[in-house]
Write a protein of this length. Structure first.
Length: 325
């Protein structure tokens, strides 16, 4: 079910275009294939959600886009600029345009520094602050923090949700074009999750941001994303608008994800099996479709032929030999 291909890439003037991205890690005598030929694009002002279970390669893809570390192969273009070919100062200067919000809001902040210094560090490094503290105050106010009471404190004096607001302010301070949100709410309480999601939506509209939002929760992804990309074991499974993906999931893995949500939007028929067993090791992925070892529809073709992304509806793409009707 998990496959490759670039037919789903649009020919519009996208802000971010990732093509055939591959990320590998050495593991003893073996090689872990974290991301294998993933492709997607993100238009200006759009939010692309990337969803999948733990270990599917979401965060590895996000870090590869940032060139931290560089991908093993593939292309990453930011408004037409190829990032994988940049070195040294040329790559460094793209950092202002592409920022990241990390999963753990507490450990991603320097515990020894005060909030004002954390948020101001980027502009100070780039020489764009020029002693003007109002820009830092504006970033803190934009995320719902009072500069007068928060700027002089350290991260341990704040809750997890407040620390994530500080992380968002730090990213905003550099006035980026694209922000990659790597599971920014997974470590937070449900009530705080909603606050952070609403905040990101408000900031996106206010500053004209383009977002890549990574999560393992389809309910969260659906509410914040214009389009959703489903990944499994380093491969692309399905791509569609958020509502379309939830209402008409075609890939067996997508259907299994939705069916696993308590009181979720999808109820499988009594004769329809869901995914079984454990995911294979990314150091030794199966031949053909990587989901075939857990898929109730798998046959001989799935073992010998890797499925490619193909359209099944307007803007709806799936990599499966046997998609749901």
């Amino acid at each position: 079910m998990a496959g490759s291909g670039t037919a789903h890439l649009r020919n519009a003037d996208e802000v971010l275009r990732v093509q055939d991205l591959t990320v590998t890690y050495p593991s003893g005598r073996r090689t872990v294939h974290a991301v294998s030929g993933v492709s997607f694009d993100v238009a200006k002002g759009e939010t692309l959600g990337i969803v999948g279970e733990s270990g599917c390669g979401k965060s590895s893809a996000a870090r590869a886009i940032m060139q931290l570390p560089r991908p093993a192969s593939g292309s990453v273009r930011l408004t037409g600029l190829e990032l994988t070919g940049l070195r040294g100062e040329a790559l460094r200067r793209t950092r202002q345009r592409l920022q990241m919000i990390f999963q753990d809001p507490i450990s991603s902040l320097n515990p020894r520094r005060r909030v004002r210094d954390i948020v101001a560090e980027g502009p100070r490094v780039w020489g764009t602050l020029n002693g003007d503290a109002s820009r830092i105050d504006e970033a803190l106010e934009a995320v719902g923090l009072d500069p007068a009471t928060s700027a002089g404190r350290r991260p341990h004096e704040f809750s997890g949700g407040q620390c994530q607001r500080i992380s968002i302010a730090r990213a905003l301070a550099l006035e980026p074009e694209v922000i990659i949100c790597d599971e920014p709410v997974s470590a937070l309480d449900v009530s705080v999750q909603a606050q952070i999601l609403n905040l990101l939506e408000d900031l996106k509209a206010r500053y004209g941001l383009t977002l890549v939002f990574i999560a393992h929760d389809l309910a969260v992804i659906k509410n914040v994303s214009d389009r959703v990309l489903v990944m499994y074991l380093g491969k692309t499974c399905e791509l569609a608008a958020g509502a379309d993906l939830v209402e008409r999931p075609a890939h067996p893995y997508t259907r299994a994800l939705l069916a696993s949500v308590p009181r979720g939007p999808l109820r499988l028929a009594p004769d329809e099996e869901t995914a079984s067993g454990e995911p294979p090791s990314p150091a030794a992925p199966p031949s053909g479709c990587r989901f075939r070892t857990r898929c109730p529809k798998a046959d001989a073709r799935c073992a010998s032929e890797e499925p490619l992304m193909r359209p099944i509806g307007p803007g709806h793409w799936v990599a499966c030999h046997h998609p749901a009707e």
